[in-house]
Design a protein around this ligand. Structure first.
Ligand code: ZN
Length: 177
């Protein structure tokens, strides 16, 4: 049974730090950290996780879109480990859609995000990957990327009125207007 970490909660200083770049992806501490992120994410119904969320201020994220009770409409993809990720927006177009965060339980918000982005990251084998993302998966990437900059989705809101209690969010998606 793999080890599982507690998720850092909003207010924890590690969520406000700029995460450190990984210099050697083959370092055993890096491999252990990735395994810990994978096993911890697997115990949640989240669709992504960033290393700071389990207490390590390192530039590693996992993007793992899948339909879960938290995100019933999410597309299914292979969980992808991304080391030292960065991105550029393909256009200035942003769309608001729902996000939640394992570090901010109990609420959801409508967060503006770039619709189409080009991302670059190092994979677990040390290869540099450059690819395009759009829609919900691009949204997850931007959410996890922000965690590496010491930011959360609350910092990206246009208006506090876009914050909902999770109970109200679930009512809304069950009965869309
Ligand atoms: Zn988050």
């Amino acid at each position: 049974m793999s080890e599982v970490c507690a998720i850092a909660q909003l207010g924890s200083p590690v969520l406000r730090q700029q995460a450190e770049a990984i210099s050697d992806v083959h370092d055993s501490a890096v491999l252990q950290l990735i395994a810990l992120m994978q096993s911890t994410l697997a115990t949640t119904s989240g669709v992504g996780i960033a290393a700071p969320q389990i207490g390590y201020s390192k530039q590693i994220i996992i993007v793992a879109s899948r339909p879960t009770p938290r995100y019933p409409l999410a597309p299914l993809m292979e969980p992808t480990v991304m080391i030292n990720p960065c991105f550029e927006a393909l256009s200035g177009e942003k769309l608001k859609d729902w996000e939640g965060c394992l570090s901010i339980p109990g609420i959801r918000a409508l967060v503006p995000r770039y619709v189409e982005i080009i991302i670059t990251y190092t994979d677990q084998n040390g290869a540099l990957v450059r690819t395009g993302l759009s829609g919900f998966v691009a949204r997850i990437f931007q959410h996890e990327f922000d965690h590496l900059q010491g930011e959360t989705y609350l910092d990206k809101l246009e208006n506090n009125r876009d914050i909902y209690a999770e109970s109200e969010y679930f009512k809304l998606i069950a009965n869309p207007a």
